[in-house]
Design a protein around this ligand. Sequence first.
Ligand code: CP
Ligand code: NVA
Length: 315
Amino acid sequence: MRHLLTLEDWSPDQIAEAIATARTIKANPAKYADTLRRKTLCMIFEKPSLRTRLSFEAGMNQMGGHAIYYDTSTSPFGAGKESIADTVRTMCRYVDIIMARLFKHEDLLEMARYSTVPLINALTNFSHPGQILADLQTIEEHKGRLKGLKLAYLGDSFNNVTHSLLFACPKMGMHLSIGCPEGKDYEPAASAFAAARADAARNGVEFEVSHDAAAAIRGADVVYTDSWMSYHIPKDKAGARMKIFGPYQVTGELMKKARPDAIFLNCLPAMRGMEQTAEVIDGPQSVVFDEAENRMHMHKALMLILLRQAGTIQG
Ligand code: CP
Ligand code: NVA
């Protein structure tokens, strides 16, 4: 059974196929109005969401199917009364496809072990692959290509979004430059770092992690940042993290060191005055709402591809 757990498992061709499919669906959504007719998606949420929940649910509806929002806080699993194994084995008797937003990545891998239907990672503490696929689609729309572009990511890098960028960008022939504070709580996890280094060497692109925001952003075609206070970070850490990440805030001044035609991405939700200033996210280089829109086209593409592969739908 093919799932989407991390982009580490996906080949460049599979990533390119997802982007091309999302682009096709976006260009002609009416053509797909019945493609997932009577199919059911279960959406398991342990954490909050605006974009992921709505884009999956609207996307499934637009393709003729139905989505069930399943909040773990009101589930036997969340109450500690039912194992992941039994939850997933039961769920697979009702639904055609599952997406899960969880704290522990290990719990997602456990779900995958028992799932007889495709499973999509809708964010764990470790990775956020569907987000980065939509981001690549957005970059390609605005820049006309991925290969040879430089993406600079600034801020919290021991982070699901950063890890997924590490798994995807060098693999797709993009230069990747990370600017983050020193320390294991702020730098990418070793496994994502190693994957990026190997992919970069294979594709002859640059990959670097530095502790100098200005150096990291220099000459970038794409500037990306993410929340300093991810959903799983306790609120009482906010003060300390503001200080630690402060030098990596994407400001108008810093943006001038990127290429003049650079675009700005943030997966959202965003805090103005934290990971970026308002002038950047609300300025002309920002494409954050195109990025948010593309989550829906990409989720449709992922459901289509995975359900075709599973043999649940034909064509
Ligand atoms: N970017 C993203 O995943 O947003 P939500 O947390 O609102 O789903
Ligand atoms: N890194 C962020 C992404 C939100 C979509 C978080 O985990 O909260």
